[in-house]
Design a protein around this ligand. Sequence first.
Ligand code: PMP
Ligand code: GLU
Length: 401
Amino acid sequence: MSKGESLLSARVQAMEESATIRMAQKSRDLAAKGVHVISLSLGEPDFDTPEFIKQAAWEALKKGNTKYTPVPGTLDLRKAICEKFRTENDLHFTPAQIVVSNGAKQSIANICMSMLNEGDEAIVLAPYWVSYVEIIKFAGGVPVILNAGIEKDFKVHPHEIAEAITPKTKMLIFSSPCNPTGSVYTFDELKAIADIVAAHGNMLIVADEIYEYINFTGKHASIGAFDHVRHLTATVNGFSKGFSMTGWRLGYMGGPDWLADACNKVQGQFTSGAASFSQEAAAVALRAPRDEAFAMRDAFLRRRNLMIDLLSDVPGLKINKPQGAFYIFPDVSAYFGTSNGNVQIHNADDFAEAMLTEAHVGTVSGSAFGADQCVRLSYAASDEDLKEAVRRIRQTLLNFK
Ligand code: PMP
Ligand code: GLU
């Protein structure tokens, strides 16, 4: 460690860099050297933001909507979010219970910083999205990780949640549809989880529903809509995935008054309100029909099927059938202990590294998501890129013995 680095806080030194962002950067770095890299690492829709949303932002800019907004978001956007929650999710909030943030990532950070004391436990259903665990630890909490493998479709059984609850438990956090697995908890599974939390009565569910529209099962179910956990749920959502607005940096949470007030206070000290013109366009997006969102979902479903087809031709990979999001999460452990004479694969990190250096395909190791047998491939890419990526992976793996 250099002299300067020793000035860094212990908290930051203990924090892992985001693996999704690191692998995306590694893919870019290799591409900058002239290598043709296909990056399936970053979880980002490959579609442009729908034109009418861009138009709305442009109109907002033209009329001078370029100033600070209230910290929790403009009243107009929060009203549009309340209406969206009511009509699509059967969730009933007042605008005072909504906090709009710079992405769902900040919503989750606000919640964790608002709730966790040193040593408080947060139950995380694994495989989990990379940032949950680091945010929980940064806030002083202790992640309690419950794991489910591919044979269980990566879904933790509710009774395991009941067994993990201790007097220190403050929250349960998970995403459905899930990043990185694409798994979707069914209505009945969500109800069983809600029953457990309601029986406990003094913990919060953080339901990350950012992939709500990219759900291949039919209707999305929100756990916060079960009557007995309405007051015990914070629902997190955002514009990045469903509306393909990753760069606009807009997410939000709806939850109990005490939590919204705390998130508002935290955000007021850290970043203030999200971008004003992004918010105006987002309100327009929410009030419009979902045609574009569902067209993107249909494209992802078609690509999901294509990926299952393509990957089932790669020897040794175990795959399941993801029901949402735009990821596939093969178990690659059959390759642990193999080598192509140039590089060795001992674990999922080596596998992802080998795919980048030998096949020039960017993926993310499952270890970042609490699943060290798997790697994540995003299929938010063109058919041509997906076909070529899997062709390269297959070709490369044939040499690993
Ligand atoms: N939750 C999950 C499960 C995600 O995949 C992402 C993607 N980045 C986020 C939250 C955060 O999204 P954003 O900050 O772009 O709204
Ligand atoms: N959520 C996306 C992913 O998982 C974007 C990157 C990030 O914010 O981690 O790849």
